[in-house]
Design a protein around this ligand. Sequence first.
Ligand SMILES: *Cc1c(COP(=O)(O)O)cnc(C)c1O
Length: 489
Amino acid sequence: MKFVSTRDENSVVNGPQAVIKGISPEGGLYVPNEFPQLKNLEELIKLDYRELASYILNLYFEELGIDKIKEISEKAYDNKFPEEVVPLTFADGIFMELYHGKTHAFKDMALSVLPHLLKASLEEIGDENKVLILVATSGDTGKAALEGFKNVDGVEAMVFYPEGGVSEIQRLQMASQEGENLDVFSIVGNFDVAQTAVKKAFTDKEFQKDLLDLGYELSSANSINIGRLVPQIIYYVYSYLRLVDSEKIKMNDSINVCVPTGNFGNILASYYAKKMGLPIDKLIVASNENNVLTEFFTSGSYNSDRDLHLTSSPSMDILVSSNLERFLYHLSSADTKKISQAMENLDKDKNYIWGDFEDDLIFAGFADEEEISQAINSCYNNFSYVVDPHTAVAYSVYREYKEFSGDEKPTLIASTASPYKFPGKVLSSLGKEVPKDEFQRLEDLSELSHIDIPEDLSKLKTAKIIHDKVIEANQMQDIIKETIGGKNV
Ligand SMILES: *Cc1c(COP(=O)(O)O)cnc(C)c1O
């Protein structure tokens, strides 16, 4: 499969190259130049999660060979995950639980694949350099990347999270990370500051030359990397087939999906699944108070020139939603000029006008803090089901959509994090007292939900803090070089 840049039709690479590079040299994102079609769904229904993963990965990365791809799927979805990799919970909407991996957020679904995909890609291309993975994180990506890349040969990973911009559990998860090849820094500013600095490193030729002199080339584990996006297609196909299996729908009936959205990666993967032939009707894009996307899909203009709110769903506290660029590329039938112009405007003036959306593929809505609380509360009271604030954003917008449209189609709601990552907001939403101590909160939540605290989270209480450096965005490149240089001596 060939991948092409969203900003330059002449920048074309194959799958392994796209994974290694992460981003096209002129700043565009790699997209498949056509959508492979799923074979007969009747045949796919027999496959377990790993088998389906191999099938879908192979459609995009056939250069690696099916044996290698099978090995990648086996390693990625091994016993880090439960027997049922993506359980479904039926309530008002169908909760597709994507948070049963090592770090308890949906980022594990793709970041358990990416390191293996990257290693296989390096081998395939015969690249002898080491790889430096830079990650900007709003909380969940960082930890999932650290776990995914831990002790992977030939790879160093550095994670940057906004100081004060992640939940306490998320911070502890990252600050206590072990692994010789891993470093974590907090950065003064919000997620967009971190993401912009990382993106800049990817287009800074001089910086990259300095790194090459040290024997490293750069790659990204953020969802700008196509190697993140493709593994996310798998669970939409898989969950659809489980709905057929359990006779909630008939084969080829269409469904909707509703996704709590930040960088637009997860929902974009559902669009890819649709383009590959999965019967998905509406994409319901759910935002928190940072509702740039809601505004964009309603008005046709994108405006990131505003203050970022720090909300109870920090992984969606984003104003520049990177993967939207890919979506617009596909919608505009590969109009690289229009995309380049829009992204240049966004960079310079923090806005661009795209124009109206003709089809009604998308419904966009948002939930504020009060609505998030109501959604958590209503889910618990009606279905004895505890959801995290991100999932609650989706649930709230889903209910709004249903009321607005009267559409009763079965809808997959992406359930993106364990409520145990955000116990304070969950407890307060349920009208409970919120203890000062984060770990007491976990205990209280466990009592309410009758679900054990995940061990990885309870043991953070006594975990040793290993990473405590705070840096400014403009120090990033020097600190990276210093850190890498220090490891090479
Ligand atoms: C990253 C994340 C999101 C947003 O996903 P995108 O792919 O960036 O849109 C939503 N919820 C949780 C818990 C996340 O970690």
